[in-house]
Design a protein around this ligand. Structure first.
Ligand code: SF4
Ligand code: SF4
Length: 427
C-alpha cells in the first residue's frame, strides 16, 4: 500500500498522457485521462474519498491500452495503478453472482465448458437477464450483453475439438506449444486451423494441451486477482515439463497477459516458475518471422500465385491494425507487417496507429463510448478503401466486425487474422 501511494504521487500532472489516451481524446473529461484517474485514486488512498459507484464507473472508463504509461516522462505505470484500483473495487463490490459467471466465461478447461459451447444457450440464459448497469457485464469477454448490431457467432465446432489426433504432440526442430485462448477456440477457430496449416509448411507440429483454458486477462483487468491467479497457475502447469522452446499465441490480449504472469505471484518460487513460462511466450507473427525466419517463409511462397485478387493486376488492399496489446504491451509492430508483405497478391496499406476502442471489458461497460472511438478509427480506415482489415487480436476482430456494420458500406470488407489471410491467399 505504501508503494502504491508513493507510485500515485509520482504523477506530476504534466498532462502528457492527454495526447494519447483514446478515451480522453473522445470525451475531453479530466476523469477519463490517466492524470484524472490517478488523482481520484489518490483521494481514495488517502481516505478522503470512498470507493463509491462513481469511482467504480471512473475506473471502468479505461481501455487498459497502456498508451499513457508509454508516454509518461515520469515513468508512472498508470494502467497498472488503475488496475490496482479496480482490484480494490472488486474486493469491495464483488457482485454475488460474479464468481460463478466469471468461471463460465473464463474457463479453466475449455474442453469441459458445456455452457460456452452452447453459445446460443448462453445468450438465452444470461444475456437478457443482466441489466446494463450490472457489474457482471464487466466480466463477459464476448458481446452478447450489449446493443451491438451484430452478435459474434460461437462456433459449433471449437478449435480444440476439431484438430486431428496426430496434431497433439510437439514435433519438429523447434518445440512449440500453442496457447489457443477463448477467442480463437470459440469465435475464430479458423485462425487456429490456419496456424496448423502454416506450421505444417515449415514442418512444425505444436503441442496443444486439450484441457487448456482462459488466459485470465478479463479477470485480471476487471480486478479479480484471485481468479486470474488460479487461471495462470493452471496454464503454467499445463505447458511446463514439455521441454518447449516457445509458447505461441494468436491473440494479442492473451499474449500480453501470458507475458505479464510473473507480476501476479507473490512468492519467489511461483514468480520464477511464471517467468520461465512467460519468457517463452511469443505472438505468432513474431514467431514466424523472427524464429522460423522471414527468408524461409518468403521462400515457401515463392512462385505461388495468389488465390484471390481484385482483378488480374490488382492486389487485395489490406489495412493492418495494430492491437494495443501487441504494439504497446508487447512492442510487436514490424513482424505482422513483414508477414503480410510476403503474402502473394496483397498490397499493405499503412495507416497511423490508433486504438479501436474495444478494450475487453471496456466495450461491455462503456458501449457507446467504445463505439465513438471505433467510429473515429473506422473513418481513417474507410478512407484507405481496403478490401480487408487484418489484425491479430480477438477483441479488435470483434470490434471491426461491428465497425463494418456501422459504416454501412456497399463494398465488401472482410475482417480477419493475418494467418487466415495467408491461408486464403496461399494454401
Ligand atoms: S504523463 Fe505521467 S506524470 Fe504526466 S500527467 Fe500523465 S500520468 Fe501524470
Ligand atoms: S490505459 Fe489507455 S485508456 Fe486507460 S488511461 Fe491510459 S491511455 Fe487512457
Amino acid at each position: 500500500m505504501l508503494d502504491y501511494k508513493k507510485a500515485l504521487k509520482q504523477c506530476i500532472k504534466c498532462g502528457a498522457c492527454m495526447s494519447v489516451c483514446p478515451v480522453y481524446q473522445t470525451t475531453r473529461m479530466e476523469t477519463d485521462v490517466a492524470r484524472g484517474k490517478l488523482a481520484v485514486l489518490q483521494e481514495v488512498a488517502s481516505g478522503r474519498m470512498s470507493l463509491s459507484s462513481g469511482v467504480s464507473e471512473t475506473l471502468s472508463r479505461c481501455l487498459s491500452c497502456g498508451a499513457c504509461a508509454e508516454v509518461c516522462a515520469n515513468n508512472v505505470q498508470s494502467d497498472t495503478l488503475i488496475r490496482y484500483g479496480r482490484q480494490q473495487n472488486f474486493l469491495k463490490h464483488k457482485p454475488a453472482l460474479s464468481q460463478s459467471l466469471l468461471k463460465t466465461i473464463t474457463p479453466e478447461d475449455m474442453s469441459r465448458n458445456v455452457l460456452i459451447k452452447g453459445g446460443a444457450l448462453l445468450e438465452k440464459l444470461l444475456c437478457k437477464q443482466i441489466p446494463e448497469s450490472s457489474g457482471l457485464r464487466l466480466r463477459f469477454p464476448l458481446s452478447f450483453f450489449t446493443q451491438r448490431s451484430i452478435i459474434p457467432q460461437v462456433s459449433i465446432s471449437p478449435f480444440l475439438e476439431g484438430y486431428l489426433p496426430d496434431e497433439k504432440s510437439a514435433s519438429g526442430k523447434i518445440r512449440v506449444g500453442f496457447f489457443v485462448g477463448c477467442g480463437t477456440n470459440y469465435l475464430f477457430p479458423e485462425t487456429g486451423r490456419a496456424l496448423l496449416d502454416i506450421l505444417k509448411e515449415v514442418s512444425i507440429v505444436p503441442f496443444i494441451p486439450e484441457q487448456q483454458g482462459c488466459c485470465g486477462v478479463m479477470a485480471y483487468m476487471s480486478g479479480d486477482q484471485q481468479r486470474a491467479v488460479a487461471l495462470a497457475k493452471r496454464t503454467i502447469d499445463l505447458f511446463s515439463d514439455h521441454d518447449l522452446d516457445y509458447i505461441i499465441t494468436t491473440c494479442a490480449g492473451c499474449g500480453a497477459q501470458l507475458k505479464a504472469l510473473p507480476e501476479l505471484f507473490e512468492t519467489e518460487s511461483e514468480r520464477r516458475q511464471a517467468e520461465r513460462f512467460s519468457e517463452k511466450v511469443m505472438d505468432v507473427t513474431s514467431f514466424l518471422i523472427d524464429v522460423v525466419g522471414y527468408e524461409k517463409l518468403a521462400q515457401s511462397n515463392e512462385g505461388r500465385s495468389p488465390r484471390q485478387q481484385v482483378s488480374k493486376d490488382s492486389p487485395v488492399r489490406v489495412v493492418y491494425h495494430d492491437p494495443c496489446h501487441l504494439r504497446i504491451k508487447q512492442k510487436v509492430m514490424e513482424a505482422p507487417r513483414r508477414f503480410l508483405r510476403i503474402i502473394p497478391g496483397v498490397e499493405l496499406v499503412d495507416l497511423p496507429t490508433h486504438c479501436c476502442g474495444h478494450g475487453g471489458a471496456f466495450n461491455l461497460s462503456n458501449y457507446s463510448l467504445s463505439m465513438q472511438i471505433l467510429d473515429r478509427r473506422m473513418s481513417e480506415i474507410e478512407q484507405a478503401q481496403p478490401d480487408k482489415i487484418v489484425t491479430g487480436c480477438t477483441g479488435c476482430l470483434l470490434q471491426f466486425q461491428e465497425g463494418i456494420q456501422r459504416i454501412k458500406t456497399e463494398k465488401r470488407i472482410d475482417v480477419l487474422h493475418p494467418l487466415v489471410l495467408w491461408k486464403q491467399q496461399c494454401l
